[in-house]
Design a protein around this ligand. Structure first.
Ligand code: FE2
Ligand code: FE2
Length: 273
């Protein structure tokens, strides 16, 4: 599912039917056996990544209904219903990983609360302020085009397209190179495949909205410019006890990767920063 081809909500709905998977069936036995023997610094880095993922999925699962109300036709409603189920499934997978591998069983709310202790202010700015406010605005008036554009820019472009895609690239590269947590990587890959559909929806919607009304391009731009400082900070990997950044990641490389993907999608949408 590349950006070169645009997919309609109906195409994306049908793709969802063809790509089913279960969060409960991914095999986590090897991960559970290996977890206690990981280096403490490695475990800390993975727990930080997992915390970001759990909090992000909780937010994007619960701050979504307004977009379903804002659908323009039944095909879009069908697609959006699948996306909401996907996000709940992703949250279930990360909670299950905590339960069975980190061996820290709890209700999902307790996982989310604990995960929040690992995260800083940029996360709150994006997920608790920008996303929540954009969602409230859309719920208040689902027919407000500007509100839908601002919401999809925040949710699909900033959170899923930029933060999500970048995190997936660097975290799975590291785990694969070090041959760590194959079950986690398998589940995360399924999640990333779902996310490709979600980002494709967001890009297609914004492109059509901007083509219909050029003022919407300004709404996309203004939303991005407002959020980019927090995005850059949220992508900064925490430093490990030994000094360097977690996963040995070069922060400049992370920012370049994130900006490159965002720029490519903005070209499709017809907006420049
Ligand atoms: Fe997700
Ligand atoms: Fe998603």
């Amino acid at each position: 599912m590349s950006l070169g081809t645009l997919f309609s909500p109906q195409d994306l709905y049908l793709a969802w039917e063809r790509e089913p998977w279960s969060s409960q069936e991914v095999d986590l036995a090897a991960d559970a056996a290996a977890w206690p023997a990981l280096e403490a610094s490695e475990r800390d880095a993975i727990l930080w990544a997992l915390s970001s993922l759990i909090v992000a999925e909780e937010r994007i699962t619960t701050q979504f209904t307004g977009l379903v109300l804002a659908a323009d036709d039944e095909e879009e409603t069908s697609y959006l219903a699948t996306q909401q189920v996907d996000e709940a499934k992703h949250l279930q997978f990360y909670a299950r990983f905590q339960n069975e591998v980190v061996a820290d069983p709890a209700a999902i709310a307790a996982h989310v609360e604990r995960a929040r202790e690992h995260l800083g202010d940029p996360f709150r700015t994006i997920f608790d302020e920008a996303l929540v406010q954009a969602h409230e605005k859309l719920v208040a008036d689902p027919r407000d085009r500007g509100a839908k554009v601002e919401f999809v820019t925040t949710y699909h472009q900033v959170i899923e397209g930029t933060l999500g895609t970048t995190a997936f690239n660097f975290i799975t590269n590291y785990l694969n190179e070090h041959e760590l947590l194959p079950g986690f990587v398998a589940g995360y890959r399924r999640i990333a495949r779902d996310e490709q559909r979600h980002v494709a929806y967001g890009t297609g919607f914004l492109r059509a909205a901007v083509a219909d009304d050029p003022a919407m391009g300004e709404a996309v731009r203004a939303t991005l410019l407002r959020l980019l400082p927090a995005v850059a900070q949220a992508l900064e990997p925490p430093s490990q006890d030994g000094g360097g950044p977690a996963f040995g990641i070069d922060p400049a490389e992370v920012r370049a990767f994130a900006l490159d993907g965002l720029t490519r999608r903005l070209n499709v949408i017809g907006v420049s920063l």
